[in-house]
Design a protein around this ligand. Structure first.
Ligand SMILES: CC(C)(COP(=O)(O)OP(=O)(O)OC[C@H]1O[C@@H](n2cnc3c(N)ncnc32)[C@H](O)[C@@H]1OP(=O)(O)O)[C@@H](O)C(=O)NCCC(=O)NCCS
Length: 147
């Protein structure tokens, strides 16, 4: 599957089902979703259904120096987990960046982000009743992409 650039609205279905089931829309939409610098990417299956999503939003964090981008809402449709789709998509979106990126990762998927070059910053914390870690990935100039 080839990663494509989509709109935030294209990501809503998977955000609301995979990441925030039974939660109100304000919990899975973000102030910067419509920012002209935001980048939303997805994978589509043969029926043109979106089966994986990720968003890169302009937002820094005090603990993540050199990372002006925040990765949010990384999700793969549940029946397709573990088949490499998340890797295809995160590799594609990271390849578009020329500056560092951070994210707030659910603790149980920390290993996924570690495999993609993120490092854990600070201690585990609880958010939305789930353990989380903050993670960041800085890019060397030689690794820079085209965006
Ligand atoms: C996390 C998620 C995006 C990963 O996508 P995926 O398509 O299932 O992952 P992949 O098949 O591409 O796996 C890539 C690698 O990461 C590893 N990995 C995947 N999920 C992992 C997890 N939860 N913990 C540790 N490692 C994980 C895989 O073992 C694989 O390693 P390998 O290359 O050595 O085989 C997906 O499982 C998902 O949508 N989960 C539910 C939503 C979620 O928690 N999103 C993250 C919010 S912070």
């Amino acid at each position: 599957m080839k990663p494509i650039v989509v709109t935030a609205e294209d990501c809503y279905a998977l955000r609301s089902t995979v990441l925030r089931p039974n939660q109100p829309k304000e919990n899975w939409t973000f102030d910067t979703d419509g920012d002209k610098r935001a980048l939303h990417m997805a994978l589509q299956d043969d029926n043109a259904d979106i089966v994986a999503i990720v968003s890169i939003l302009p937002e820094s964090h005090v603990d993540c120096e050199g990372c002006p981008w925040r990765l949010r809402s990384m999700a793969v449709r549940e029946d397709l987990h573990g088949h490499g789709l998340g890797s295809i998509l995160i590799t594609a979106v990271l390849g578009k960046l020329h500056e560092g990126v951070w994210c707030t990762a659910r603790k149980h998927v920390e290993g996924f982000y570690l495999k993609h070059g993120f490092n854990t910053v600070g201690e585990e914390f609880t958010m939305n009743n789930m353990p989380h870690v903050r993670m960041m990935k800085t890019l060397n100039p030689s690794q820079s992409g085209d965006a």
